[in-house]
Design a protein around this ligand. Structure first.
Ligand code: MG
Length: 396
């Protein structure tokens, strides 16, 4: 290649990460020892031909940025920051203006990248640079493996999209500097502020945007579970299995049936409780919550709340499973032991396994249901109530 033009990276990190919970913007959350932004900076720093890396930050995040810059181990001379605006589009424009003010040449190349995509490989960045040098504007894309459906506002199928022509779009989007700076200035002057990426903005101002092969490993951290995926990407051996325990007791009262494992079992008594008093589902619910350190059933569904009076306990269990899944967990198995003199649980074992499995979407072989008496000792031995103990195993 002839004398290479100047190459800059513009890392967009000014967002507040509203889509992921927690007070810390996602680009400043830790993944394997350093922040997402530090990983992103390190990825761009690994390509020596990128001579400057400008990060567009929120004015409140200066200290966090400095820490990320230090942790990235990219030399200070190659790094700079600029304050962003109220939208992604405004932030990119302010970053481009900062480059212009610093004397970045009009025929230089700029790679505009989302901070929340930490895993840009050297191969991908090389493709971006080559494509921008050749075409002036180019974006990384991936084919769409699934059929694409168009749905109406009611969620009904309203047509299909031709998958062969569809692509998902990633960053960095790569441009000749004067071209993208000019397009952003014109968009700002026209008061057009709703472009979600730079390629569509450039295209709206007459630029032909080319594409190059993206990288599936360059996923964007959007949801909570993406942080776990990022951890696994960096250290595949970091996968872990966690175990939680749960224990519950309900006393007998007058009645003609009990609820155990979501199954109505005829009996000489009922169990007393605010909800349907199902000790098996309550114990399993607590076991699941235990794997994510997320309190207990009484915290999420307080007995003081009238809303849960007589509630079916499968609601509690399904909610715990949802919390586990939301944090990236996959329930591997649950197991429980029911302690009582009566009713006999054995004859209902298969039904309990099927019902618990239905609630948790587990096959019956992943659901243990066992029963024992306490040899007439203690409160269960005196037929005063039923106890249940449970354990859950969750892979992360
Ligand atoms: Mg209970």
């Amino acid at each position: 290649m002839t004398a290479l033009s100047s190459i800059a990276a513009l890392i967009v990190a000014a967002g507040r990460g509203a889509r992921v919970g927690g007070a810390i913007p996602k680009q400043y959350r830790i993944v394997a020892d350093k922040t997402v932004l530090a990983h992103t900076l390190a990825a761009f720093g690994a390509v020596e031909s990128i001579d400057r890396i400008v990060t567009v930050i929120h004015p409140d995040d200066s200290a966090e940025y400095e820490t990320a810059a230090r942790k990235s181990t990219v030399t200070e001379q190659r790094l700079a920051s600029a304050f962003g605006g109220t939208s992604r589009q405004a932030s990119v424009r302010l970053g481009l203006e900062a480059l212009a003010n610093a004397g970045f040449p009009a025929d230089g190349l700029v790679l505009i990248h989302d901070a929340a995509r930490p895993f840009a490989s050297e191969a991908l960045l090389s493709r971006a640079i080559l494509a921008a040098a050749r075409h002036g504007a180019a974006i990384p894309v991936l084919p769409v493996p699934d059929t694409l459906a168009i749905v109406d506002s009611e969620g009904r199928l309203a047509g299909n999209h031709d998958r062969a022509m569809a692509r998902t779009v990633q960053t960095p989007q790569a441009f000749r500097f004067e071209l993208i700076l000019g397009a952003h200035r014109r968009a700002a002057a026209d008061g057009r502020e709703s472009f979600t990426d730079d390629a569509s903005l450039a295209a709206a101002y007459g630029t032909t945007v080319h594409t190059f092969a993206g990288d599936a490993a360059l996923f964007k951290i959007t949801e909570e579970r993406d942080f776990l995926r990022a951890e696994h990407h960096l250290s595949p051996l970091a996968r872990e299995t966690r175990t939680g325990i749960g224990y519950d007791v309900h006393a007998f009262t007058e009645g003609d049936h009990v609820w155990l494992g979501g199954v109505r079992i005829p009996h000489s008594h009922a169990l007393l409780g605010h909800s349907d008093a199902d000790p098996v589902l309550h114990a399993i619910t607590d076991a699941l919550l235990g794997t994510i350190g997320d309190g207990d059933i009484g915290m999420h569904f307080p007995p003081s709340d009238e809303k849960w009076r007589g509630a079916a306990s499968h609601l509690f269990l399904a909610d715990a499973a949802r919390r586990v899944t939301q944090r990236g967990g996959r329930i591997v198995s649950v197991d429980c032991t029911v302690v009582c003199e009566a009713p006999k649980v054995g004859p209902h074992r298969a039904v309990l396994q099927a019902e618990i499995g239905r609630i948790l979407r587990l096959s019956a072989e992943r659901v243990g249901v066992k029963a024992t008496t306490s040899e007439r000792l203690g409160f269960t031995g005196r037929r005063e109530g039923i106890a249940a103990i449970a354990i859950a195993s969750v892979a992360f």
